[in-house]
Design a protein around this ligand. Structure first.
Ligand code: GLU
Length: 424
């Protein structure tokens, strides 16, 4: 496939962004031409119609996708997103990033992602259950604990995973917890999984602050996005002693230089679903939040929020990419010239989620469960190793941290494909 035509199937801003990142990384390490397209393009995708009965008796059909980017080093792994703006191209880009992420941190998984075009806030609990079950039912021929394993992402949670695990288990005729991760503890979920992504982000931020000799007690933090990842990142950084000066979600943003009470905000969201009308700080806009002076800025929501326009105006010391793909390629070029900003790239920064998903899958397959302390200790050990390997690659090849992380992730997938050969 020529470089100009990225893909008819997946063509979109975000897929092109992921492809350009790949091209840049492949050029930087002189990846042989023969292996490039095989490594870059998703292996396969499924698109399904999802009819469900609404509470009012009518029937509505949603569209859902699953993209399995790579199956060369193990089953594919990745979350399932329920969001009104989901596109096949977005899901493909997110699946691609999952491949580099799993590879970078050394998990025996390829990357995958799923998505349903739906605003989950507009569904009743019953409708959400029927949609989750129907999605799994339609995907049964394409998923298994040894083919592709789903997990929560934007708009999905433990309960959605529980319904999906139940639907799959009923289909195969026995309990099969390893079909999804991010389940409730009682169904074989792992200790520490719910907070794993946020804890991982916070742990990495703390280690980079240590490298910069900035005491965490003096750090101020702005978090964009207050879903599972954003709220747990804020909670864990607050626990380390940092001051959370701003938080936001898609309904509101708040600034409080004295420090926001994160526990209170979490409780507020538990009851109200969103931050709208929260009284823990001065209302600001999401755009203002991104440009606040702070030690750590953590975009923890959707893709492409750091752009060429706001990148020159960021006033953080560390940009911690808790979300997948929050920084456009244009913004990245700006950040490369702003040496005062340390970027912790998404594939490293938010990898704690899938690392503990891997632990959950292992525990399910072995029917042997670990304590929370064991899970977190193993998580931090994996993150330390990945961080060190990224640092080494950065120094050895004089790469930006993102390029170092992506080249490591891509290299291992490409090498595995090369060693396996091309069949037939
Ligand atoms: N959705 C998360 C991510 O983007 C977790 C995926 C998983 O645990 O499989 O990394």
């Amino acid at each position: 496939m020529s470089k100009a035509i990225v893909s008819k199937l997946y063509d979109s801003d975000v897929f092109r962004m992921a492809c350009r990142q790949f091209d840049k990384a492949a050029d930087a390490i002189n990846l042989p031409e023969a292996i490039r397209d095989r490594t870059k393009y998703p292996r396969r995708c499924m698109a399904v119609a999802l009819p469900i009965r609404r509470d009012n008796g009518t029937t509505v059909v949603f569209e859902g996708y699953r993209v399995q980017h790579s199956l060369s080093t193990g089953p594919s792994k990745g979350g399932l997103r329920f969001h009104q703006d989901v596109t096949l191209g977005e899901v493909a880009a997110l699946a691609m990033w999952m491949s580099w992420k799993c590879s970078l941190v050394g998990l025996p998984f390829g990357g995958a992602k799923g998505g349903v075009i739906v605003d989950p806030f507009n569904l009743s609990p019953g409708e959400l259950e029927r949609l989750s079950r129907r999605y799994m039912q339609e995907m049964v021929p394409f998923l298994s604990p040894h083919v592709d394993i789903a997990a929560p992402d934007l708009g999905t949670n433990e309960q959605v995973m529980a319904w999906m695990m139940d639907t799959y288990s009923n289909h195969v005729g026995h309990v099969e917890p390893a079909i999804v991760t991010g389940k409730p503890l009682v169904l074989g979920g792992s200790e520490g999984r719910r907070e794993a992504t946020g804890r991982g982000v916070a742990y990495l931020v703390k280690t980079y602050l240590d490298d910069l000799k900035i005491p965490v007690g003096q750090a101020t933090v702005a978090v964009q996005g207050f879903g599972n990842v954003g709220s747990e990142t804020a909670a864990a950084l607050a626990e380390y002693g940092a001051r959370i000066i701003a938080i936001s979600d898609h309904t509101a943003a708040f600034h409080n230089p004295q420090g926001i009470d994160v526990k209170k905000a979490q409780q507020y969201v538990q009851f109200n679903r969103v931050l709208h009308d929260f009284d823990g700080g001065e209302p600001i806009t999401n755009e203002q939040l991104l440009e606040l002076p702070c030690t750590v800025l953590a975009p923890a929501a959707i893709e492409r929020v750091i752009t060429e326009v706001n990148a020159p105006r960021l006033r953080c010391r560390i940009l911690a990419e808790a979300a997948n793909g929050p920084t456009t390629n244009g913004a990245d070029r700006v950040l490369e010239s702003r040496e005062e900003i340390e970027v912790i790239p998404d594939v490293l920064c938010n990898s704690g989620g899938v690392i503990v998903s891997y632990f959950e899958w292992l525990q399910n397959l072995q029917h042997y469960y670990w304590t929370r302390d064991e899970v977190l200790a193993k998580l931090y050990a994996v993150l330390d190793k990945a961080k060190a390997s990224v640092g080494y690659q950065q120094r050895k090849l004089k790469f930006s941290r993102r390029l170092a992380a992506l080249t490591l992730g891509i290299q291992r997938v490409a090498e595995a494909k090369q060693k396996r050969g091309l069949f037939p």
